[in-house]
Design a protein around this ligand. Structure first.
Ligand code: NAP
Length: 327
């Protein structure tokens, strides 16, 4: 059977998203085929348009690191026909044909069964961003974290930071400081749960000292770079930083003092190759205890047929919240 997919094609250094029609691959014994109902746009999907980003090693490629839908072909007893499922990360949309397609055929071990209490659409409103936020929150909660602890969340107008903010608020944390470069985002971030919203510049003091006032008992950082360097001296004794992102850059110029004098812990978060065996539990949390009940992220809905035009504009107006693709 033939199906439509969005392919990134590279010509003379320029990447163009182009719809193609292709035949479904033959199902291998360890694979399942899924009729995709929803996908989403993550920062990484947008970066795939830039050949210099290194996200894709070869073109043409069908992007889309996330997908949710229904199993339509399977040799796996635990994934019967009709089972609702989701996939985030692994090699999907990177070195394996991704979620921007009406059908995907993927290794069964990548597939998470959709928890009851979660719709396919909600699974993709979370997507990689939501699962990364959940892993980041888990990392902070792995040690006692009283509800009155002041917490800092960077990149909060985006997917990872936004979900982290909303989840922490839902869990009862109320001294939440969100960081945004956008003054106009304050009402939105307050709605998500921020007690205060500050700019990155407000965290950067001049001259920067290796140890400053201990302002934050925990940090969820989706930005990294200079902003992380500015945050480290302001983390309280024993505080944890869950670092997942690098929108602010890959370099980290800092000193050892926050680590060796204040027992600060910098914890790397990776959702892409997070063990398959532990994913069901994370998604169960996103469907239940972590699921915000009184608020949700801004979500822009895009029809799959409009994706070729929309994907290149993803960053133009500084993205807020999540982008859901409906098939
Ligand atoms: N480790 C993992 O497994 C994993 C998984 C998912 C995502 N990530 C990474 O996490 C980061 C966030 O992903 P996302 O999906 O949430 O992206 P997103 O939706 O595009 O949001 C990123 C946010 O970061 C802020 N930002 C962007 N550039 C910045 C800069 N130069 N300085 C300060 N803030 C900046 C922006 O907020 P303001 O405009 O409000 O300042 C933006 O809303 C990305 O680096 C992504 O690659 C990692």
């Amino acid at each position: 059977m033939k199906y439509r997919a969005l392919e990134l094609q590279l010509n003379a250094g320029k990447v163009t998203p182009t719809f193609i029609t292709q035949e479904q691959p033959k199902l291998q014994t360890d694979q399942v085929t899924i009729k995709v109902a929803y996908s989403d746009i993550n920062h990484k999907d947008f970066l795939a348009l830039n050949p210099k980003s290194g996200v894709l090693r070869h073109y043409p490629q069908i992007p889309g690191i996330d997908a949710a839908g229904v199993v339509v072909a399977s040799n796996q007893a635990h994934l019967p026909l009709g089972q609702k499922v989701l996939i985030t990360g692994f090699d999907l949309g990177i070195s394996w044909p991704g979620g921007y397609a009406e059908y995907i055929t993927v290794p069964a071990k990548w597939v998470v069964k959709l928890p009851t209490n979660l719709s396919l659409a909600m699974a993709m409103q979370y997507g990689t961003a939501g699962s990364t936020a959940a892993l980041s929150v888990q990392a902070l909660l792995a040690q006692a974290l009283p509800k009155q602890t002041p917490l800092l969340i960077t990149g909060a107008t985006g997917g990872v930071g936004g979900w982290a903010l909303a989840i922490l608020k839902h869990l009862g944390y109320h001294h939440l400081t969100a960081v945004s470069r956008q003054a106009a985002a304050t009402p939105y971030l307050t709605h998500l749960g921020a007690e205060q919203v500050i700019t990155p510049d407000a965290l950067k003091t001049i001259p920067a000292k290796p140890l400053q006032k201990q302002r934050f008992g925990g940090v969820i950082d989706a930005v990294g770079g200079d902003l992380l360097a500015a945050i480290l001296p302001q983390v309280a004794y024993g505080g944890r930083i869950a670092l997942s992102g690098n929108t602010g850059g890959n370099q980290l110029n800092t000193t050892t003092l926050p680590f060796i004098l204040r027992h600060v812990q910098l914890i790397g978060i990776d959702s892409v190759y997070y063990p398959a065996s532990q994913r069901q539990a994370v998604w169960q949390k996103l469907a239940t205890s972590f699921k915000p009940t009184t608020t949700t992220l801004a979500c822009t809905k895009i029809d799959f047929q409009d994706l070729a035009a929309t994907l290149p504009t993803f960053n133009t107006n500084k993205p807020t919240g999540r982008y859901l693709i409906q098939f």
